[in-house]
Write a protein that binds this ligand. Structure first.
Ligand SMILES: [Zn+2]
Length: 352
């Protein structure tokens, strides 16, 4: 989130919370339910350079949110139940569905015991190359390269460019710069080739992140055995789908479903688009997911679910529970839909 926009958003959250306006706005923007996105649930680390910190919350914060939801009138439901309610137009009670992206081991070790304790169904969207230990978590490779070096060289259009990153401020700035430069490249192939070269040059082992952080198939099978758990697809290689060909989008979705079915026995019915913002998945991806028969597919476009989403079940918005808003009063405002209503300028559907 860009600096100023972020500050405005945060101020809006504070104002909403303290004025109680989110309660008044609820009928307008609260929708019929919300789907929550999580990545890591794990104890906070002390490092000052944590550019991906927005992808994690602590177990304590997570438990507070779950406890609060359990005490509220909201019902905590699986993605199958979200699908049923949307298709049967059963909107009598507001729902929240908890989802995790990527298949991190801390989902099993830190989040699962809390969800089990409160008997909460949840979905884990698995990128199969991560479980297979051959995935490229390029955003973590970039973080490691910058963390471990004071001078980082990167090949841009055939020429080497050097970035000084001696202290935490320089490291943060260099990360932001290179990350967003990579994100605007035209193709996923270019992005991957550049990060691969960067990692090799600075001796960072890209494949090691999967083994260190992600569940293998045995761990996934242990989780999947619990009826509370739904395993969803999240592609094979975790590409930004808008940057690959239509054929590649289809094979990423179909192959990930086939691999999960072969490994765990059940065919995934639900999908999460990698990265999932507006620049990563759009109408082409929504259409392909629907054609391939996924019951639902979720983005990371911020928002709550409205009745009208029944016609857009492969373009569902989510509310991100992330490290930047790690206070339960923010979570309450976020899930009331008021804050993302502001974010979207009260547009109800964001599916184009
Ligand atoms: Zn992901």
């Amino acid at each position: 989130m860009a600096g100023l926009k972020y500050k405005l958003f945060r101020t809006a959250l504070e104002t909403l919370y303290f004025s109680g306006a989110h309660v008044l706005l609820k009928p307008l923007v609260g929708g019929v339910g919300a789907i929550v996105t999580l990545h890591h649930v794990r104890p906070a680390r002390r490092d000052r350079f944590q550019p991906n910190r927005l992808l994690e919350v602590t177990p304590e914060f997570f438990e507070r949110v779950i406890r609060r939801l359990r005490r509220s009138r909201t019902q905590l439901v699986s993605m199958d139940e979200v699908h049923r309610r949307m298709t049967e137009r059963d909107f009598s009670r507001r729902f929240v569905s908890i989802t995790f992206d990527d298949g991190y081991r801390d989902t099993l070790e830190c989040a699962y015991p809390i969800l089990k304790k409160y008997d909460v169904p949840f979905t884990v969207y698995v990128a199969t190359s991560f479980a297979d230990r051959i995935g490229e978590m390029w955003w973590l490779a970039l973080e490691a390269v910058i963390a471990q070096n004071e001078l980082v060289g990167i090949r841009i259009e055939g020429r080497d460019r050097w970035f000084e990153c001696r202290d935490v401020h320089e490291k943060r700035a260099v990360y932001e710069h290179i990350y967003w430069w990579l994100r605007q490249l035209k193709t996923e192939d270019e992005l991957r080739a550049i990060v691969r070269e960067l990692a090799t040059r600075h001796r960072v082992d890209m494949a090691a992140f999967c083994a260190a952080l992600c569940m293998d198939w045995q761990e996934l099978a242990a989780l999947a055995a619990d009826p509370l758990v739904t395993i969803g697809a999240h592609t094979v290689n975790h590409p930004i789908l808008s940057k690959v060909s239509e054929t590649a989008v289809r094979s990423e979705l179909e192959n990930s479903r086939a691999v999960i079915q072969a490994a765990l026995g059940a065919r995934p019915q639900h999908l999460a688009y990698p990265v999932g913002d507006r620049t990563s998945a759009g109408p082409r991806e929504f259409k392909i997911a629907a054609e391939l028969g996924f019951k639902t597919a979720v983005t990371t476009r911020p928002g709550v679910v409205f009745r009208a989403h029944a016609k857009h079940l492969t373009a569902l918005p989510r509310i991100s529970l992330n490290g930047d808003f790690q206070r339960s009063r923010y979570a309450r405002v976020l899930m009331s839909g008021a804050a993302t209503g502001l974010w979207n300028g009260f547009r109800r559907l964001n599916v184009a």
